[in-house]
Design a protein around this ligand. Structure first.
Ligand SMILES: Cc1ncc(COP(=O)(O)O)c(C=O)c1O
Length: 389
């Protein structure tokens, strides 16, 4: 049988095995949670229970959570829902240079509503230019949006510090925490942000739901006109199966820290082996302030896409950057923003571990990576694209 080893958990996570077993039970709740008759009562209580579990994990009130279809919609709702038009001369939106496209493009779309967008740079390790942010902030700043964990390098941003500085000038703060959920303990009040985006499918749940945390009292305009779901902030019948799975997995709060510690050890073991057994490898980002499951590496002289395809035919799923940009010949904008050359960015590989990853899988991966890199470096340019297919 073809052996498959999944090391791309930042793209999406497999469904938690216990959720598979729960699906037939939840499928019985086919009624509309908004119906006030018998068919709606079970779904409504599953919906409420799930929201409560998500809120408990995050340390917030259920009323502060809005269900969406996922991280992209949460980012859109946060920015477009809040930034209707400049208010009292506040027309500046500040974002980091390494935001996910669902955030960056949404911010750019707001230029059409009279806002201007300023971008804070990062250094070679992906660290935010906090002095640059401070210099940009003024009474003109409407919103600052900085992600908690970068999807490509795993780099962790000082969101609490960002919130403090932005609030000091009276600006709102949004944080895309999609990649952090389930990988590190996440208590939203610690971030100090007014709005936080999260997605179910990055946390072992069914695709199709996410949440936007919106601080109590904050006014948001719905992106979708229609019914009064989510207190008028997101119309449309809820994706209850995905929501139920999301809620269930949030009940596993106690597993997050032990898994993070286990994965950090595995990731560090992988990097130590790669660095000692393969020449010309660099790890991107600061070694300390990273998600414990993520490794972004540059393998000199190897094309990332070719490497990915060669690993794929051997059953290993990894990534060269954000999943949504795979297949694109353009190097990762995140790595370019960190100051890597196009060539370095095109030689990058992202490995992201998950709760099911074992040491045996990591050792098999490093063995295979070593073989593939040596073979690819041995070929002259253009002589061979993929081998052994
Ligand atoms: C940092 C970040 N934000 C937002 C998203 C979008 O989330 P979704 O796929 O749930 O729309 C992703 C997905 O990769 C992400 O990594």
């Amino acid at each position: 049988m073809f052996r498959t080893i999944y090391l791309d958990h930042n793209a999406t996570t497999p469904l938690h095995p216990a959720i598979r077993a729960k699906l037939p039970e939840w499928a019985e709740f086919w009624g509309n949670p908004s119906s006030i008759h018998w068919a709606g009562r079970g779904p409504k209580s599953l919906y409420r229970d799930s929201k409560q579990k998500i809120a408990s994990l995050l340390g917030v009130q259920p009323l502060e959570l809005i269900f969406t279809s996922g991280g992209s919609e949460s980012n859109n709702l946060a920015l477009k829902g809040l930034c209707e038009k400049p208010v009292n001369g506040r027309d500046q939106i500040v974002i980091s240079a390494v935001e996910h496209p669902s955030l960056r493009k949404t911010a750019e779309a707001l230029i059409g509503r009279g806002f201007r967008v300023d971008v804070i740079g990062v250094n070679r390790d992906g660290e935010l230019d906090i002095d640059g942010l401070q210099a940009l902030l003024s009474e003109k700043t409407f919103l600052v949006s900085v992600m908690l964990a970068n999807n490509e390098t795993g780099h962790l941003m000082p969101v609490n510090d960002v919130s403090r500085r932005a609030h000091a000038v009276g600006a709102w703060v949004h944080c895309d925490a999609v990649q952090a959920l389930g990988k590190i303990p996440l208590h939203l009040p610690d971030l100090g942000a007014d709005l936080v985006s999260l997605s179910a499918h990055k946390f072992y749940s069914l695709k199709g739901s996410g949440v936007l945390y919106a601080r109590r009292g904050l006014n948001l305009k719905s992106l979708i006109d229609g019914g009064a779901q989510e207190r008028g902030r997101r119309a449309g019948t809820e994706n209850l199966l995905s929501i139920a799975s999301f809620g269930w997995v949030c009940g596993l709060a106690d597993e997050i820290l032990p898994q993070a510690l286990r994965l950090r050890e595995l990731r560090d073991h992988m990097e130590a082996r790669v660095l000692s057994e393969i020449s010309g490898v660099k790890v991107n980002g600061p070694l300390g302030s990273r998600l414990p499951n993520t490794s972004s590496m540059i393998l000199n002289g190897v094309d990332g896409e070719t490497l990915l395809m060669n690993l794929d035919v051997r059953g290993f799923a990894v990534s060269t950057g954000a999943a949504c940009s795979s297949g694109s010949p353009e190097p990762s904008p995140v790595l370019l923003a960190m100051g890597l050359t196009r060539e370095e960015a095109q030689s990058s590989l992202r490995v992201s571990l998950g709760w099911g990853t074992t040491r045996e899988e990591i050792d098999l991966f490093v063995d295979e990576l070593k073989n593939v890199v040596h073979r690819l470096r041995g070929f002259k340019h253009g002589e061979c694209f993929a081998y052994g297919v």
